[in-house]
Design a protein around this ligand. Structure first.
Ligand code: 3HC
Length: 289
């Protein structure tokens, strides 16, 4: 399979825009899609600011930064993906939404194109059933923030071919990432281990064992994690954490994966983390008096 030159990214949130930026900086032509024009405008701004920051820190030559920004095209029309070699889906964590999207992409994408999902835990095998090319469907799970984190977790569905796996691995390595390979079971590798830890941090808070600050400091200084589990949950999004716990609970069928009631309550209250200005912590600036 020839090396990818053009990729499509569906969903211009934190993950999609980070993947688009990473691909463009590494020389690929990118289409970034979102149905919401406002989301595309925000993505354009955040990608541009992030690339400018790298340029001003001397990490990226000015002309490379400018070329990268010029390589990203923003669209609300999926038909623009017809010449993409690889399409990476990074929309909300809903199996129903992703299946509908995969069916559309299957009709639009050229025959040899790979359809990849950045899903954090949904079955690649089931997503592939929405297409006529299950051997070309694969999980390409980036970590947040994609431009910074060194890992891509590649998930093989039941029918993913070796050619698709090898081409996806080459693409991830071209983006400067180390690859790990997971079979298609709920949560794959990273979230199967990370999310129960985050859920346990919520139980630790919920049962009054310690304050949120002490839980986070304990894990930061006690185990050298860059962020404590509650701070990380806010960073990832509490809604995302909850939906992954639900997938683990349903897929692995063990009560140890049941979401902590406090996590459920925060999500019910709209306390979704940094993106909403409030989660476990409050990120809103105190009002001026
Ligand atoms: N885009 C590009 N660059 C970014 C960035 C972003 N969104 N966020 C931070 N950076 C860069 C900064 O510019 C800075 O670059 P420099 O070292 O060259 O100056 C560097 O990253 C460090 O950033 P900061 O100094 O602002 O802050 P920190 O040192 O606290 O680092 C962090 C921020 C990299 C996010 C760090 O706190 C961290 O590694 N946290 C843990 C993140 C993590 O665990 N991610 C995985 C979550 S699990 C997941 O994604 C799976 C999903 O399915 C749920």
């Amino acid at each position: 399979m020839a090396a990818a030159k053009e990729i499509g990214v569906v969903g211009s949130g934190q993950m999609g825009s980070g993947i688009a930026q990473l691909a463009a900086v590494n020389g690929l032509d990118v289409w970034l899609h979102d149905t919401d024009p406002g989301a595309l405008t925000r993505a354009k701004k955040s990608i541009s600011e992030s690339v400018q920051r790298s340029v001003s820190k001397g990490q990226l030559p000015q002309e490379v930064g400018a070329e990268a920004l010029g390589r990203i095209k923003f669209t609300s029309n999926l038909e623009d993906f017809r010449s993409a070699d690889v399409i990476i889906e990074a929309v909300i964590e809903s199996e129903e939404v992703k299946k509908i999207l995969f069916g559309q992409l299957d009709r639009i994408a050229k025959g040899p194109a790979i359809l990849a999902s950045n899903t954090s835990s949904i079955s690649i095998t089931r997503l592939a059933t929405a297409t006529s090319r299950p051997h070309q469907v694969i999980g390409m799970h980036f970590m947040n923030p994609p431009p910074v984190m060194k890992l891509v977790e590649i998930v093989r569905g039941a029918d993913t071919s070796d050619d698709t796996f090898n081409a996806t691995k080459s693409l991830a390595e071209r983006l400067g990432k180390t690859v790990i390979c997971s079979q298609d079971y709920s949560g794959f590798i990273v979230n199967r281990i990370l999310m129960p830890m985050i859920n346990e941090a919520f139980h630790t808070l919920y049962t009054g064992v310690a304050t949120k600050e002490d839980i986070d400091t304990g894990m930061k200084l006690g185990t050298n994690h860059p962020m404590g589990p509650l701070e990380l949950a806010d960073f990832i999004g509490l809604d995302v954490c909850l939906s992954i716990m639900k997938v683990l609970h349903a897929g692995l069928g063990n009560s140890k994966y049941a979401p902590c009631p406090l996590l459920v309550q925060y999500v019910d209250a709209g306390r979704l983390g940094r993106k909403r200005g409030i989660g476990v912590y409050n990120y809103q600036k105190a009002p001026k008096i």
